[in-house]
Design a protein around this ligand. Structure first.
Ligand code: SIN
Length: 310
């Protein structure tokens, strides 16, 4: 990766030339980086009418910047579905059955009157890694946005991997992380008065046992398109390491969970109505904030089915 100097994190991560649209071959889109570590606004694209040629450059920019976003998009649900399908088949959402008539679109909503300790997506995580084929890419469209608060954070897990010592990298090679929804369900999911699972007022529909059983995946995974290695570890779903005892695995997972979320690897997005974000779950972790009581927030989320991590 260009621009890495030393592992003490107190330095420039990339030289500015890394963000040169012409050098990157972007002739049909403009990219405006959000932070040095990751994230970029993409300008010059009307998502509802995106062309095949633009899409090729958008996809490339997603893999380069890990999270991209588009402001002032006037999207119907069908536009979001169509864009999602350009990246690949829909992933199956583990938490909900989607919206009426749109089984692959999840509505994430917190009403102005709802007061809860946790919202959907809080805590640093990658999306549904407990699945055998976790979602590769997620798309989130901001429909109703609070005047402040409700930001989303992301961290670049490729950069986090690059900043480990060679000895730690070789220690992690070949390890498999147990991804389970046990903690996520304990922390976030409540029961309504009929005993059905909810987050706030959002009704969930899920196979808890299967989600808790989860799956084992490579702790260091390789991106199928870019070949970059990243840390596949988070603070919510990473619950053990194959072949290690709980006592052995916990300190390592705690260290890695903190390391991937070092502020140097992060960016933070302030939403506006009509903002669409797209992120690559293989190269990032992210986190939602529950700091907008008294305001409504409504988002539409779609996911792309991923590969079996290698
Ligand atoms: C998510 O984790 O998919 C939701 C993020 C958000 O609502 O900001």
């Amino acid at each position: 990766m260009i621009g890495l100097k030393n592992p003490d994190l107190d330095m420039q991560l990339y030289p500015p030339s890394h963000y040169d649209d012409a050098a990157n071959g972007y002739t049909l889109i403009q990219t405006v980086p959000l932070a040095s570590a990751m994230g970029a606004e993409i300008r010059g694209v009307d998502i509802a009418n995106i062309t095949d040629e633009q899409f090729v450059q958008v996809r490339d920019a997603l893999f380069r910047y890990k999270m991209i976003y588009f402001r002032d998009q006037h999207l119907e649900i069908e536009h979001q579905e169509a864009l999602t399908l350009r990246f690949g088949e829909f992933g199956t959402d583990a938490y909900t059955k989607g919206m009426p008539g749109h089984p692959h679109v999840q509505c994430l909503v917190k009403e102005a009157s709802t007061v809860v300790d946790r919202v959907f997506g809080d805590g640093w995580h990658t999306d549904s890694p407990f699945l055998a084929r976790p979602p590769s890419i997620s798309l989130l469209y901001g429909k109703d946005i609070p005047p402040y608060g409700g930001d989303t954070w992301w961290c670049n897990t490729v950069l986090a991997y690059e900043f480990l010592s060679p000895r730690m990298k070789s220690l992690l090679e070949g390890l498999k992380v147990h991804m389970s929804a046990k903690l996520a369900i304990q922390r976030t999911v409540r029961k309504d008065n009929q005993g059905k699972p909810i987050v706030g007022e959002m009704k969930l529909s899920m196979d808890e046992e299967k989600m808790i059983t989860g799956n084992f995946h490579p702790l260091v995974r390789t991106h199928p398109d870019t070949g970059f290695k990243s840390l596949f570890v988070d603070q919510i779903y990473s619950q053990g390491i194959e072949g290690l005892t709980e006592e052995e695995a916990r300190p390592l997972l705690d260290f890695l969970g903190r390391h991937v979320t070092s502020e140097e690897f992060c960016c933070r997005l302030r939403w506006t109505p009509g903002t669409l974000t797209i992120w690559d779950n293989r190269q990032t972790v992210h986190k939602a904030y529950n700091d907008y009581d008294g305001y409504r927030r409504e988002m539409f989320r779609t996911i792309v089915n991923g590969e079996v991590p290698v």
